[in-house]
Design a protein around this ligand. Sequence first.
Ligand code: CDP
Ligand code: CDP
Length: 232
Amino acid sequence: DATRTVVTLDGPAGAGKSTTAREVARRLGYRYLDSGALYRALTFALLEEGVDEAVWGDLDREALDALGVTVAPVEGTLELGHRGRVLGDELRTPQVTARVSAVARLPAVRRWLLRHQQALGRHGRLVTDGRDMGTVVFPEAGTKVFLQADLDERARRRLLDQGVRAPGARERQQAAEKLAARDHADMSRETSPLRPADDAVVLDTTALDFEEQVEAVVALARRVDPEAGRRR
Ligand code: CDP
Ligand code: CDP
């Protein structure tokens, strides 16, 4: 089964999933899927189209089709668009980040996105990160990792990514509160909540450096596919 060579990284916001997944994919010569970007694209479209949040719960497949979001396989990953516009930085604005968990809890949304995600992993050799990649999207994946890090450290990393090198205590506190609120929403929803798969390796990255955590995941993946990323 080809999905044995799928590598999943799940975990809370700011644990290091996407940067790790991207580098692991590069070293293994696999494709990379950022599943969070899919939820962000739908959130962007709902805000852009001015769909009242009061009716988000009523969205069905047809309504989601009509939002104008496009998901196209391009160069081994998925290119996201909205009515002809390719989405990049638009996906990571504070407005989208603040609402994305409210969109991701909707069962119709999760069903709508499932087929796109599974299609990309059908032939294996994929690294993907998100919240339910090991539990729901690729239950047969041969390498499952759950990344964790202390909340305060995750807030510090997030602020650093935003160019804030020396945050004040208050700023750090606010960033931590936002992450904690999103984690809580993601863990407590009914459909596909954030949790480690029973067969996931839990990796706490609080005290790891980036290279160590990348190599740890690469080593796990090579137990399944020993030659991945090596010259043959
Ligand atoms: O990068 P960051 O950790 O901030 O978030 P992300 O991976 O871009 O995911 C954004 C949001 O999408 C999460 O907070 C979840 O609500 C949702 N998500 C999900 O429900 N399932 C996934 N597989 C990926 C993301
Ligand atoms: O995708 P997720 O929200 O889990 O995290 P991310 O967007 O990959 O951001 C994590 C940030 O922490 C990145 O800037 C990483 O370079 C950094 N970092 C890390 O991932 N692991 C460490 N051991 C140290 C720093």
